[in-house]
Design a protein around this ligand. Structure first.
Ligand SMILES: Nc1ncnc2c1ncn2[C@@H]1O[C@H](COP(=O)(O)OP(=O)(O)OP(=O)(O)O)[C@@H](O)[C@H]1O
Ligand SMILES: [Mg+2]
Length: 270
């Protein structure tokens, strides 16, 4: 279980996170929505031990995880980025093996010598995203969607308690985005790995998220299941957003509760 308690972070005196409390269960697929600058990436960086919060802490299975844990090489948190972050000149398999490096001595890492068991784990992870046949291809010989699937395999090979995803489909087309999010969600469920996924797209959040957290101004302004996400709440999360398409993706029950939706839906379906 991931427990985030009272996280606060400011940059140059400007508060970015203003006290975030969240508990995420193993196998839960949580989507974080929020406008640019809301603090989504900062939240993930604090959870991942890349940034030390000014206050608060993250507990993973009851144990504090922070920048010091990360420096010690503890790896309960895997990260997936928008731009895949594969090493282009390395093979796909070696890119996935990066997820196993924490347990290796620096000399083995330098020589790129990996124990047989690690290679097996990496190949299993590649098979899970249906890319075992690409194991020997160079990272830059894959399409964007395939590269992101390798990113998922690398995270999976790390055998983490939680996978953090920062806009994992922002640079992919809609069909590929759904494929990538589909793999992520299936893996989350099968392996009981908690996933915290920052997204900009409300429609994907509703389609894939089991729970949605809306972040605005560094605070949680919504924390519930997608069927409780209304147009009014979406407008609260994204102040000033003029996107009539939002009404389309919300469930009728949620829409019906909010009269504000009526003109939006009318515009969207006109
Ligand atoms: N290392 C840093 N130094 C100074 N300011 C920072 C730093 N990292 C983030 N910020 C600021 O914190 C705020 C939140 O940034 P963050 O990247 O967390 O937003 P975000 O919600 O991920 O936005 P986006 O959707 O555009 O990725 C921004 O105003 C940003 O400029
Ligand atoms: Mg961001």
């Amino acid at each position: 279980m991931i427990k985030i308690e009272g996280l606060k972070k400011s940059y140059a005196g400007r508060p970015v996170l203003q006290g975030i409390d969240l508990t995420v269960e193993p196998g839960e697929f949580l989507v974080v929505l929020g406008p640019s600058g809301a603090g989504k990436s900062t939240l993930l960086r604090c959870i991942n031990g890349l940034v030390q919060p000014d206050a608060g802490r993250t507990l993973i299975d009851g144990k504090v995880f922070d920048t010091k844990s990360k420096a010690r090489g503890e790896q309960p948190v895997a990260m997936i980025f928008q731009h895949h972050n594969l090493v282009k000149r390395l093979s796909v398999l070696k890119n996935v093996l990066v997820g196993r490096m924490a347990g290796l001595s620096s000399i083995l890492t330098m020589l790129q010598l990996f124990p047989k068991r690690d290679v097996e784990i990496a190949m299993e992870a590649l098979a899970r995203v249906e890319l075992p046949h690409k194991a020997n291809s160079r990272g830059d010989q894959l399409s964007g969607g395939e590269q992101q699937r390798v990113g998922i395999a690398r995270a999976l090979a790390q055998q983490p308690a939680v996978i953090l995803c920062d806009e994992p489909v922002a640079s992919l087309d809609p069909k590929t985005s759904r494929i990538v999010l589909g793999y992520l969600k299936a893996i989350c469920k099968e392996k009981g790995i908690a996933v915290i996924c920052n997204l900009h797209q409300v429609d994907y959040a509703v389609e894939f998220g089991e729970r949605i957290v809306g972040l605005s101004g560094g605070k949680v302004v919504f924390d519930d299941t997608p069927d409780h996400l209304t147009a009014e709440i979406v407008h609260q999360i994204y102040p000033g957003l003029e996107d009539p398409g939002i009404g389309r993706v919300l469930k009728p029950r949620a829409a019906a509760r909010q009269p504000i939706l009526a003109p939006l839906v009318a515009t969207a379906t006109a």
